[in-house]
Design a protein around this ligand. Structure first.
Ligand code: UGA
Length: 431
């Protein structure tokens, strides 16, 4: 099929490249000519394991091309809109880029081109987009197919989805979706067809439910710490119950990234506009926000303000270079306000973090260099690379021989043998 993709961020690039690997002919549009130039020459503009190889293969086979010209979308069977929907001050989602993409599509493409919204948009958006198109005197149809890819494992998730969700308004659209997703083995991966608003609700509720799970386990970690229980064993014990499930039960410095904080706020906003109370969701948002200052206080109960410390990890999680709404960044900002000097090192996120230009922070490619003159190490992101550092070498550099491990990443025996004292989340092993 001829498929257009608008936007080459995490969602658009992965979707476009991976659909091209399935044999579809993809035209990808991004208004930034620098991004287009890089992608067209095979350079991946996001850090996503395995994606660059697929991009190169599809470029070689002429299955994908990139441009800034919407005219390239003429004759598309379907167009995925994958532009950003940043959060507004009041928590609502800003749909300006989506409206602008839709306006361009209905100007350029004929009415048989199906519009598919993959950007994360609040429930009822597709209905509003449809009305917007109708008011412009056009008949293009709008559907929804939210994405559930995780940054850092998006290629794997694309190949192994738990489900595909399609929001449609008639049976013909079902046929088009079946053609797009022809490669899905429906015995392994169900395709759910529903109305567009429910499709959008599935996306928001899924992200919000996972956020609630995380806030819950983080609060249990606080209690474990107080009463001498072990959060890792607690998570294991709870997770073995199939009704609960073992994933998203790792306690940490709070959830972050470009999706959970934004999507939970937007769902809360939508509910309040509809006069629906979301006590669980709202408490979870509040709980997560309080986590950052709690982590600052935890660090300050071991290290004097004004000290130099080492931050290992600024990306919002391992496997990505993304520092947007990263718990690490939010906590580092609070530490800087307390006059800490923070020597930072991430595996992939150094460049993005440096771009934030935070005062009193230095950025280092070499983790050992980030430890010089430092009072302690704080682990913010669960990179394997940090798990496997030479902690004997590290203990000869760090002044106080203290590690505050906000991800419970490190092996207790290994680091204590190397001479470190370790402080964890939700457990106290130094009894
Ligand atoms: C999330 C969802 O998991 C995807 O399904 C969804 O498609 C995506 O948002 C989106 O809406 O685009 P992502 O933001 O890449 O994906 O990150 P997650 O892997 O879900 O992690 C979110 C946050 O939770 C991170 O800060 C992570 O460190 C934290 N987390 C996750 C924990 O603290 N503990 C865990 O056990 C799991």
């Amino acid at each position: 099929m001829k498929i257009g993709i608008i936007g080459t961020g995490y969602v658009g690039l992965v979707t476009g490249v991976m659909l091209s690997r399935k044999g579809h002919n993809i035209k990808s549009i991004d208004l930034n000519p620098k991004i287009v130039e890089k992608l067209q020459s095979g350079i991946c503009t996001i850090h996503e394991s395995g994606l660059e190889k697929h991009l190169g293969d599809s470029l070689k086979e002429s299955k994908i091309s990139f441009s800034s010209d919407y005219k390239d979308l003429v004759c598309s069977d379907a167009i995925f809109i994958c532009v950003g929907t940043p959060g507004n001050e009041d928590g609502s989602a800003n749909l300006g880029y989506v409206y602008s993409a839709i306006s361009s599509v209905i100007e350029i493409c004929d009415e048989s081109t199906l519009i598919i919204i993959k950007s994360t948009v609040p429930p009822t958006s597709a209905v509003k987009f449809q009305e917007f198109i109708r008011q412009k005197g056009k008949k293009h149809l709008v559907t929804s197919s939210p994405e559930f890819l995780r940054e850092g494992s998006a290629v794997f998730d694309f190949e192994n989805p738990d489900r595909i969700v399609c929001g449609i308004t008639d049976e013909y659209q079902k046929e088009i979706f079946n053609k797009i997703y022809y490669y899905i083995d429906i015995k392994k991966t169900p395709i759910i067809f529903t109305d567009t608003t429910t499709s959008e609700m599935i996306k928001y509720s899924s992200n919000s439910f996972l956020s609630v799970k995380l806030s819950f386990i983080n609060e249990m970690a606080n209690l474990c710490e107080k009463i001498g229980a072990n959060i890792d064993d607690l998570s294991k014990g709870m997770g073995m119950d199939k009704r609960i499930g073992s994933l998203f039960l790792n306690a940490g410095p709070g959830y972050g990234g470009s999706c959970f904080p934004k999507d939970t706020n937007a769902l809360e906003y939508l509910a309040s506009k509809n006069e629906i109370e979301t006590l669980v969701l709202s408490s979870s948002i509040k709980s997560n926000l309080s986590r950052y200052s709690m982590m600052r206080d935890k660090i300050m109960s071991f290290v004097l303000s004004g000290s130099t410390i080492t931050a290992l990890g600024m990306a919002f999680k391992a496997g990505t270079d993304d520092v947007r709404d990263s718990p690490a960044v939010n906590i580092i900002k609070l530490l800087v306000q307390e006059n800490f000097m923070v020597q930072c090192c991430d595996v992939a996120g150094n460049q993005n973090f440096a771009g934030l230009n935070l005062p009193n922070c230095t950025v280092h490619d070499n983790p050992y260099e980030a430890m010089h003159q430092s009072e302690c190490i704080v682990i913010f992101t669960e990179w394997d690379e940090f798990k496997n550092l030479d902690y004997k070498k590290a203990s000869s550099i760090v002044k106080n021989k203290l590690i505050i491990d906000l991800r419970n990443l490190l092996d207790y025996e290994k680091v204590t043998e190397a001479g470190f004292k370790i402080v964890n989340i939700g457990k106290n092993l130094n009894k």
